[in-house]
Design a protein around this ligand. Structure first.
Ligand SMILES: NC(=O)c1ccc[n+]([C@@H]2O[C@H](COP(=O)([O-])OP(=O)(O)OC[C@H]3O[C@@H](n4cnc5c(N)ncnc54)[C@H](O)[C@@H]3O)[C@@H](O)[C@H]2O)c1
Length: 292
């Protein structure tokens, strides 16, 4: 096989991390016909992913949204492994979706640089870490970029492809085309910026919503109602933050603030207070709203 990356050379995709994102990215790839390996350090995590994906596929078939044959083929195209060495050696395209910690990702990318075939592109699904942070340790920085899916990855159409300073045009083109072949609508971000596009847009709306509420200008409920009834958003900013998880919102704000140092990016104290009280949004039954 050629040592040059090429879309036609991609038959096996490796997804590293079987968590919320990794398992659904892997199923998306399997449904698109790719032989897909999910690798995780946790056997339990892999088992949970397998169970969830089998149940998801059965549910879709039951509702008539997926052919039984397509579900069977996709599940058969998936394999599960704790062995990164073997998995990486067989991969043509790698999407890392492991825990959001730079030390973990750096160690993974360092290994991939050695283990993956020379033609393989190494992408990270990270929401807050630009791929430049892990590119050099691979020894092939031109073949490294962010390929950022949205939660739930089986449903959401957007994929943000983010290039760093030395990402090659070929890496960008192949990643954009791969996203299309996975049934997504990729967008390109020409240089790294915290929050990429979607989280920056969402952040700007959230910031204004928090200002209006904190200043007592309107209630949370009325701000959310306005976003829905005047702007056509499917849900208001407070309901959305509760759905994403206030801990996640706070984490993203902290990471952005650490990177930019701009006062306007400082984490919101009201959100930090809710997080400290254990009110993380829907997943804990309370956040800006009560769900009990
Ligand atoms: N959750 C979201 O809404 C969302 C959306 C877009 C992008 N992301 C990004 O996706 C990545 C994963 O997020 P998540 O929410 O799926 O996390 P998660 O905590 O649900 O899953 C992370 C998985 O990584 C595994 N892991 C940890 N260290 C590993 C290693 N060395 N090798 C292999 N696997 C390892 C863990 O066992 C776990 O199963 C993060 O970079 C995050 O920024 C998350």
């Amino acid at each position: 096989m050629s040592t040059q990356p090429s879309i036609e050379n991609i038959s096996t995709i490796l997804v590293i991390g079987a968590g919320t994102m990794g398992r659904q990215i892997a199923m998306t790839a399997a449904l698109a016909g790719y032989s897909t390996i999910i690798q995780d350090i946790s056997e339990d995590g892999l088992e949970a992913a397998r169970t969830e994906l089998e149940e998801w596929a059965a549910g879709r078939v039951g509702k008539g949204k997926l052919e039984q044959s397509a579900a069977t083929s996709a599940l058969a195209a998936l394999s599960y492994s704790t062995d990164l060495d073997t998995a990486a050696a067989h991969a043509d395209y790698i999407i890392e979706a492991a825990t959001e910690r730079l030390d973990i990702k750096t160690a993974i990318f360092e290994k991939l640089g050695v283990l993956a075939p020379a033609h393989a592109i190494l992408a990270t699904n990270s929401s807050t870490l630009g791929s430049s942070k892990v590119a050099q340790v691979t020894g092939r920085p031109a073949q490294v970029c962010n390929m950022h899916f949205f939660n739930p990855a089986l449903v959401m159409k957007c994929v943000e492809v983010v290039r760093h300073e030395s990402t090659s045009d070929a890496t960008v083109e192949i990643t954009m085309e791969l996203a299309r072949r996975l049934g997504k609508e990729p967008v390109l971000i020409n240089r790294e910026i915290p929050g990429f596009i979607a989280n920056r847009l969402m952040g700007a709306i959230q910031k204004e919503a928090l200002y209006l509420a904190d200043a007592g200008i309107a209630s949370i409920d009325d701000i959310d109602t306005t976003a829905r009834t005047a702007l056509g958003h499917p849900m208001g900013p407070f309901a959305l933050m509760d759905m994403v998880g206030l801990d996640v919102i706070d984490f993203i704000a902290q990471a952005t603030y650490a990177e930019t140092g701009l006062e306007e990016d400082a984490p919101n104290p009201g959100i930090a207070a809710l997080v400290a009280e254990g009110k993380l949004g829907r997943k804990t039954g309370a956040g800006f709203y009560n769900y009990n």
